[in-house]
Design a protein around this ligand. Structure first.
Ligand SMILES: [Zn+2]
Length: 252
């Protein structure tokens, strides 16, 4: 497996030039074996950049059967769907990872503060989370796309079970121990993504941030925004149901 982080950001030209970001492999993006030759060309369409990426990765890592793009947006997914329809890639497995809205808004607030981004009211963040779920669900249904819904909380608290489920879905053999070993010593070329990307030890485990549980406004506003709360509960229930179904199938 090859972890590539949030590729869509690199495709837009961010990370190169002025920003000159570093990759989780330890090298500057321009010197990294994956990204070094992929600096976007002015005027070239985004799809052309992805084609260069596919051709470069296929030659460089013929043994890698799975590439992971953590882009998390519809636009980031659409490009791969186009490539799939054109026969440039052979398959896509979509993992819909959703975090409890209360936990997400607190984490988003902390990230904005850390990155010196403009602050926004909690209610706006909650509505943003809600809108994203609606848009994504509409997109998945309209395009008849199969996916696995995974609750972030379940990933933290039932890691082995959830990983087994995802590995089955993605057609990856082996167990969670193998994957964890891979996360420690495997190649990860992540320029945009979680801040622990460069720490092999920390990226191979999950730690739950529970600050939201002690935030009165977060808990109060979520309940007051009824559609947001319903979406939060529905997604969790659906993720649990899917997970139970997978467990029952495995038992049969
Ligand atoms: Zn790299």
């Amino acid at each position: 497996m090859l972890g590539l982080g949030e590729i869509r950001m690199l495709a837009t030209g961010r990370g190169w030039r002025d920003e000159n970001k570093s990759c989780s492999c330890g090298l500057n993006v321009t010197a990294c074996p994956v990204w070094g030759d992929l600096s976007p060309v002015d005027g070239q369409p985004k799809s052309a950049w992805y084609r260069r990426l596919v051709s470069g990765l296929s030659n460089q890592y013929p043994q890698a059967t799975h590439w992971v793009d953590s882009s998390k947006t519809i636009e980031g997914l659409q490009v791969w769907l186009d490539l799939l329809r054109e026969g440039v890639i052979s398959d896509i497995r979509i993992v819909y990872l959703v975090r409890d809205v209360r936990s997400w808004v607190v984490s988003d607030e902390a990230a904005r503060c850390r990155k010196d981004r403009r602050k926004r009211p909690l209610v706006s963040s909650m509505l943003e989370w809600w809108r994203c779920q609606i848009d994504l669900q509409k997109f998945l249904v309209t395009n008849h796309l199969e996916y696995r819904l995974v609750s972030y909380e379940a990933m933290v608290f039932q890691l082995n079970e959830q990983m087994r489920r995802l590995m089955d879905f993605a057609g990856i053999s082996g167990g969670w121990d193998d994957l964890q070993r891979g996360l420690r010593c495997g190649e990860v070329h992540d320029v945009f993504g979680n801040r622990v990307k460069s720490d092999a030890e920390r990226r191979s485990s999950l730690v739950y941030e529970d600050a939201w549980q002690y935030s009165t406004p977060v808990n109060l506003f979520t309940l007051m925004l009824w559609p947001v709360w319903r979406m939060n509960v529905n997604l969790r229930e659906q993720a649990n149901r899917d997970s139970d179904d997978a467990g029952n199938q495995a038992a049969v």
